[in-house]
Design a protein around this ligand. Structure first.
Ligand code: AMP
Ligand code: ZN
Length: 468
């Protein structure tokens, strides 16, 4: 049996076949770092975490890149509103995002590219598109992609040809399907951009949002990779435009499988900053909802179904996590010496879990298999039938399932003990990473500490710290 995923571009489930045997390259559109991400955003990121973890469970070696959008219309507008530099604004929310990822026990991606570190490569890709005849320039020094030059434009979002207005232009990063038009690759400098500007062959300006992801994905994963994910609102215009740019610039196929997760809703409306109906992770932790309940709530509804947020769902989620944790603790403490091993039950649970999850991550089926096993295991412990080997094998299986679910070892909130020992040990880890030239890890540790209010000062005598 092979894994099957629903591919947005073909609108059907397809057998998953990676480009390279045993390896998966996936690109997941990350947050725009102008504010705290809300738990709607985290629904999408946790779906991607579940996908990544499941691929690993099935033996694939996954190489994931998740970008951070640190220059776009929203970040510039917010930094001007707050009267701080773009970097000051985005540094704050980059750190908060990395801290949230840890709180929600998401596995770290191999790379977290930040758009402002790839501006020369973006200029190169736009120049490439220009040389190949896909673009035109406007008098304000902006460069637009001419959608009329790319026959396949609209295929991903299934656009009706009448909705496409080649020759019309849209300069904003976000717009609706009805507004499908030529879009901005490079935006000529405007006074509202303040000091956010880079030199380019078209004069000073900044990149459009879509070219950022085309470039970062190509740089880190190559021009053709396996999986590209995001929320359904990314299908149009963001991913449609990425696809057009990348295919036209590189000539490669870009992406084989497009996976998109549905919205988290509040009172049946999309949770969003613009509707002001959102909760951040911190809001919920402050109200004493543990991180594991939030994680569980977000992963246990199938990713292509809408999910209505409610407090009762969080409470249900907590009960389910507790049931699994209690089972696990009981297994570890089990000192019975029954005769029954758990071989048959383990085989069945493993097969049922795997065949459900293989079917486009059918999480309900997967959980049904796990909780059936939990019921059986609890009964056989109470009745003293389970053997010590059986208990041990069950422990191993539950840990294997938890590689996918990721809830057994979670801290219950952001409030990691920040005592001196904890900070010193983090600094030691960071020093080790720096000595190994693993700057992704050392930066991530610094960000984690910053988010906890710890400032690091690197001096010739070593790293000192103080609370901010
Ligand atoms: P943004 O920071 O706005 O670029 O969004 C980051 C990610 O969150 C994108 O992949 C969006 O599709 C996703 N997203 C935004 N709102 C929701 C929501 N209410 N439910 C699920 N995903 C969302
Ligand atoms: Zn993106």
């Amino acid at each position: 049996m092979s894994i099957r995923f629903y591919n947005t571009i073909t609108r059907q489930k397809e057998a998953f076949q990676p480009l390279e045997t045993g390896k998966v390259k996936m690109y997941t559109c990350g947050p725009t770092v102008y504010d705290y991400a809300h738990i709607g955003n985290y629904r999408t990121f946790i779906f991607e975490d579940l996908l990544r973890r499941y691929l690993e469970f099935r033996g694939f070696d996954v190489n994931q890149a998740m970008n951070l959008t640190d220059v776009d219309d929203n970040t510039i507008r917010r930094s001007r509103e707050r009267d701080i530099s773009l970097t000051e604004l985005t540094d704050e929310f980059k750190a908060a995002f990395h801290a949230d990822l840890k709180t929600l026990n998401m596995q770290a991606a191999q790379n977290y590219p930040e758009a402002t570190n790839f501006i020369p490569q973006m200029i190169n890709m736009i120049s490439d598109l220009e040389t190949k005849g896909y673009t035109y320039t406007t008098p304000d020094g902006s460069v637009f992609f001419n959608i009329g030059k790319y026959e396949q434009y609209g295929k991903l979002a299934n656009l009706n040809p009448d909705e496409m207005l080649s020759g019309g232009r849209v300069a904003d990063d976000s717009y609706e399907k009805e507004g499908a038009r030529d879009f901005a690759l490079w935006k000529g400098y405007k006074a509202e951009d303040g000091d956010v500007q880079w030199e380019s062959p078209w004069g000073k300006g900044r990149p459009g949002w879509h070219i950022e992801c085309s470039v970062m994905s190509t740089e880190l994963l190559g021009p053709h990779f396996d999986i590209h994910c995001g929320g359904v609102d990314n299908i149009f215009p963001h991913h449609e435009n990425e696809l057009a740019q990348s295919v036209c610039a590189t000539g490669a196929d870009f992406v084989n499988y497009w996976l998109h997760s549905e919205y988290l809703l509040v009172d049946n409306k999309k949770m969003s900053k613009s509707l002001n109906n959102f909760y951040t992770l911190r809001d919920l932790l402050d109200q004493d909802y543990p991180a594991e309940a939030i994680r569980w709530m977000l992963i246990t509804t199938h990713y292509r179904q809408k999910l209505n947020f409610s407090v009762s769902r969080l409470e249900e989620a907590q009960k389910a996590v507790n049931r699994l944790r209690e089972f696990y603790s009981k297994l570890k403490a089990y000192d019975g010496s029954g005769e029954e091993d758990a071989e048959d039950q383990i085989r069945v649970a493993d097969e049922q879990f795997t065949s459900a999850m293989d079917d486009d991550l059918n999480i309900s089926g997967g959980l049904a298999a796990i909780f059936e096993l939990v019921r059986w295991g609890n009964r056989s412990m109470v009745e003293g039938r389970l053997s010590a080997t059986g208990a041990n094998d069950l422990i191993i299986l539950i840990r294997k399932f938890d590689h996918v679910l990721g809830v057994l070892d979670m801290e219950s909130g952001l409030n990691v003990e920040i005592d001196a020992d904890f900070i010193e040990s983090k600094i030691a880890d960071r020093n080790e990473a720096r000595a190994n030239k693993d700057f992704t890890t050392s930066d991530a540790i610094r960000d984690e500490l910053v988010a906890l209010g710890v400032e690091l000062i690197d001096t010739p005598e070593g790293t000192k710290w103080k609370m901010k």
